[in-house]
Design a binder for this molecule. Structure first.
Ligand code: AP5
Ligand code: MG
Length: 215
């Protein structure tokens, strides 16, 4: 299964991707997570990406296209993958099509998670992530352990640097300008499958699974 999760910041792409990994045994490819790891390691790519990310801007296409191209060639992607946060621009979508066609593949489905703007802001301001194992939480909708630490590994929870309100607004604007046109792009390719992302996390998951199984 070759899948893209499309949706604005906070729509639930990462939350749903992790659940789909467990269900289908195919890897999540999150360009956001890969870029954050590079920033943490202070690699040349991380140093380049940091300023864009902290201001809520997109990292240049050639940087992300390069990391996704490389990742798609790895052995664990041969049976399928879940792209989370990529593509995000029309040139990225064109490059993805090219890279997949070179590997003799094409996308099966683009799940578009639809969530109201007010709900997105609440989700992002309340999001916390385990600094040790990466598990995501929400203070209200998916709360961590009673001690305020990760309920899986006991790690300390962090608030993402780009989850400040002013940066969230930039990320939303950039989504509307640069990423939303991909809905039409993939509708034209007959792979776009909208899912109501306003429901509870487990209900959204069920709907994604039923949409995929109906294919
Ligand atoms: P990235 O990390 O991809 O961030 P994003 O797209 O802004 O999306 P988020 O990760 O914030 O949201 P999500 O949809 O994963 O939501 P989540 O599941 O966590 O990118 C970060 C930056 O990296 C970009 O701004 C850019 O600079 C750069 N970048 C990355 N990819 C790039 C690319 N391809 N090109 C260029 N630049 C790129 O959920 C959010 C919260 O809500 C959580 O707390 C969760 O518990 C909660 N929640 C989830 N679902 C529900 C629900 N159904 N009900 C209630 N709460 C819910
Ligand atoms: Mg995410």
């Amino acid at each position: 299964m070759k899948l893209v999760l499309l949706g604005p910041p906070g729509a639930g792409k990462g939350t749903q991707a992790v659940m789909l990994v467990e269900r289908f045994g195919i890897p999540q490819i999150s360009t956001g997570d890969m870029l954050r790891a590079a920033v943490k390691d202070q690699s040349p790519m991380g140093l380049k990406a940091k300023e864009y990310m902290n201001s809520g801007a997109l990292v240049p296409d050639e940087v992300v296209v390069g990391i996704v191209r490389e990742r798609l060639q790895q052995e664990d992607c041969q049976a399928g993958f879940i792209l989370d946060g990529f593509p995000r621009t029309v040139p990225q979508a064109d490059e993805l099509k090219k890279a997949l066609s070179e590997l003799g593949k094409n996308l099966d489905s683009v799940i578009s998670l639809e969530v109201d703007t007010d709900a997105l802001v609440e989700r992002l301001t309340g999001r916390r992530t385990c600094g040790a194992c990466g598990k995501g939480f929400h203070l209200k909708f998916d709360p961590p352990g009673a001690d305020g630490r990760c309920s899986v590994c006991g790690g300390e929870l962090v608030h993402r640097e780009d989850d400040q309100e002013a940066t969230i607004r930039n990320r939303m604007d950039n989504y509307h300008q640069q990423t939303a046109p991909l809905e039409e792009y993939y509708r034209t390719e007959n792979v776009l499958q909208p899912v109501d992302g306003m429901q509870e996390i487990s209900v959204v998951q069920q709907q994604i699974v039923s949409v995929l199984q109906a294919d």
